[in-house]
Design a protein around this ligand. Structure first.
Ligand code: SAH
Length: 352
């Protein structure tokens, strides 16, 4: 990182304080915020309603963080676009743009790498590199809107990384992307997915935001969950579900449970019934994800028949369940796989 301060990570209130500290009028904050988050300029010189002296002062003290687009893979099947961006420090992250009939959705990464260690996940193979800053999070959306020329209407924090392990930056990002002087996105169009850091789920609940919480459950008993997710050694399923109930009580938002189906591990009808018993009294929706095998591990995707049977059993128990539609099948490695390949190859990647 440069020594200069990352101005795009300052929320509106912080910018106002900064302006006052610089002996400037508070309303300059609104102007600067709009230049950065509405107009999305790349230099202080473009902020034409500021005096030249102020622009110079700003560029002496601040930098404007942008992500460098390294590559984009476009699905011939459904137009899904997988982006690789280079962040400050040289590391590469992935973001995905998906077109649905209800609008355009972007899946963003919250960390470069991850330290949660879920066994089936490619993002965690090399551990955590660094937390993404608020500007890194915002930029994934800004760059994609610029590249596609389309508006993004839904955001899911379901890419690489654990959002609750980068809590402060993620919360700040949520405030900024919904700020009326910026993109002004509705909280209801945002989903945050977590492997289940219980105290952080409760902290988020207390903020009473209208975002959707997606909880990666993946098992209906603690022993199986421990086999798949190290975090299960820290928090039991009971504790995680209590936190989900608390989230619903505080926000009124229906919980999404994610359940990746792995053949021979968690995909029998008996397990579907156990899952149904667990979540029956929670206002929820279950999203089934046939596991996307990664070459570093020998997990096998459940057969279609098993997936359908699992879903039917949930529905028999009056639990709303969907099977995640695979988007961009032709460009899809499992989450984080593409990034890993590119990082290994170093600079060989195409520049576009
Ligand atoms: N750290 C967050 C976001 C991770 S990715 C979380 O754990 O929720 C979003 C979802 O994809 C999670 O449910 C995650 O467990 C799941 N996932 C990761 N790799 C997968 C794979 N190879 N196959 C199927 N699901 C996977």
């Amino acid at each position: 990182m440069e020594d200069k301060k990352d101005i795009k990570s300052y929320n509106y209130i912080e910018l106002e304080q900064e302006m006052k500290a610089m002996g400037e009028k508070a309303f300059r904050a609104k102007q600067i915020y709009q230049w950065l988050h509405k107009e999305r300029v790349k230099s202080f010189d473009e902020m034409t309603n500021l005096s030249k002296a102020l622009r110079e002062k700003l560029s002496e003290n601040f930098m404007i963080n942008t992500l460098e687009q390294v590559d984009v893979l476009i699905s011939k099947i459904d137009g899904t676009r997988k982006y690789l961006f280079r962040i400050q420090g040289g590391s590469i992250i992935e973001s995905v743009f998906m077109k649905y009939h209800h609008g355009n959705s972007v899946c963003i990464s919250t960390q470069s790498g991850c330290r949660m260690g879920c066994k089936f996940c490619a993002s965690t193979l090399n551990g955590l590199e660094r937390n993404l800053t608020p500007s890194d999070l915002l930029e994934q959306i800004y760059r994609i809107e610029e590249d596609t020329g389309e508006k993004v209407s839904n955001i899911v924090l379901m890419g690489s990384g654990e959002p609750m392990d980068n809590f402060d930056n993620v919360v700040k990002f949520l405030g900024m992307i919904t700020d009326e002087y910026g993109k002004n996105l509705s909280q209801r169009n945002i989903t945050v997915s977590t492997c289940g850091l219980v105290p952080k789920i409760r902290e988020l609940a207390d903020m009473k935001l209208q975002i959707t919480l997606a909880l990666s459950l993946h098992a209906s008993d603690d022993e199986t969950r421990k086999e798949l997710m190290p975090i299960a050694n820290k928090y039991t399923i009971d504790e995680v579900l209590d936190a989900c109930r608390y989230y619903f009580d505080q926000t009124g938002r229906r919980i999404t449970f994610e359940y990746s189906l792995v053949a021979g591990v968690n995909d029998t009808v008996e397990e579907a019934q156990k899952l149904a018993n667990l979540v029956k009294r929670i206002n929820c929706h279950v999203n089934l994800i046939p596991v996307n095998p990664i070459k570093e591990r020998d997990f096998v995707q459940s057969e279609n028949k098993a997936v359908q049977a699992f879903k039917s059993r949930l529905e028999k128990n009056k639990i709303n369940a969907t099977i995640r539609r695979e988007m961009g099948r032709d460009i899809n490695g499992a989450c984080g796989q593409l990034r890993n390949e590119v990082m290994k190859k170093g600079e060989e990647v195409r520049n576009v």
